[in-house]
Design a protein around this ligand. Sequence first.
Ligand code: 13P
Length: 340
Amino acid sequence: MSLNAIAQKLMKPGMGILAADESEPTIAKRFTKIGLNSTLDLRRDYREMLFRSKEAMQNYISGVILTEETLEQSAVDGTAFRAILAEADVIPGIKVDRGAFPMPGEAGEKITEGLDGLRQRLAHYAKLGAGFAKWRGVITINDIAPTRNNIRANAHALARYAILCQEAGIVPIVEPEVVGDGDPGDHSIRKTEDVTGETLEAVFKELRLAGVDLAGMLLKPNMVLAGTKAKDRPSVEEVARRTVAILREHVPAAVPGIAFLSGGQTDEEATAHLNAMNEIGGLPWPLTFSYGRALQNVALVTWAGERTNVPAAQAAFSHRARMNSLAALGQWRTDLDKAA
Ligand code: 13P
């Protein structure tokens, strides 16, 4: 399949991406919250619960972002996760960055690592059937951040990653996240809007310089939100309007799709914002979800590490996926959510 065909398939109307690529420290944090230790077997059981959620996977999920561990892992009965995904016609993706580390300087910023040896790793993932990949750049907001240097460094790394993916026949998901739930996290929506605009500008400049085929990639941006601790809370309509406006200004129409991260929003906020953007309509690219927490929160708590809870957890996951599928079509309503 061509890069563009893979990207189009990921963006099929009413479908979105499940981000199940929590690093070991991150999944450990999520498990700790429900009183579990993160063991290899429990991580497998949890992800098996998600990937065997037939209703969600067959109807609402076009791709799953995996970790290196999960891409090569099998379910408890020995079936490879890749085979389980293939049966539901879900494209496996792979998180290839090695995490965000402190950037030299005083601003408390981060730079994502993982470029060394990436060409060889991508060739290996391509052989295993990965159709797409993800790399997350983290842009921090505080009194002195972001610096131009940090935005440029993250944009440059995203572009290096993206062209290497395309060389390997893998669609790069380019994820520059302007973080809303950081420290102090009290910035206004206008600040997020400015920083998101500046970041997207830098990212597309670097992508062009690197020779990335825009028709063979997807963008995974943050929504334009107020910081999680900001007193002024913008309405759903304002978030949708400002996010759509900044994307229109900076994202070329050649990009086949935009799949948002949820970034610490509540489940319903993430759904409502996506829906409101799709209600605006008339955009050059489809807008969908590539959520981690906002798809998994309820499923994780319901599962709680117990095999007997699997059907209920799968029902919770399928419900959330269906709500977001409706939002990707601009057809979600609060009462549908409450009816569950
Ligand atoms: P959240 O939706 O939980 O922000 O995670 C998405 C993701 O892939 C972050 O890199």
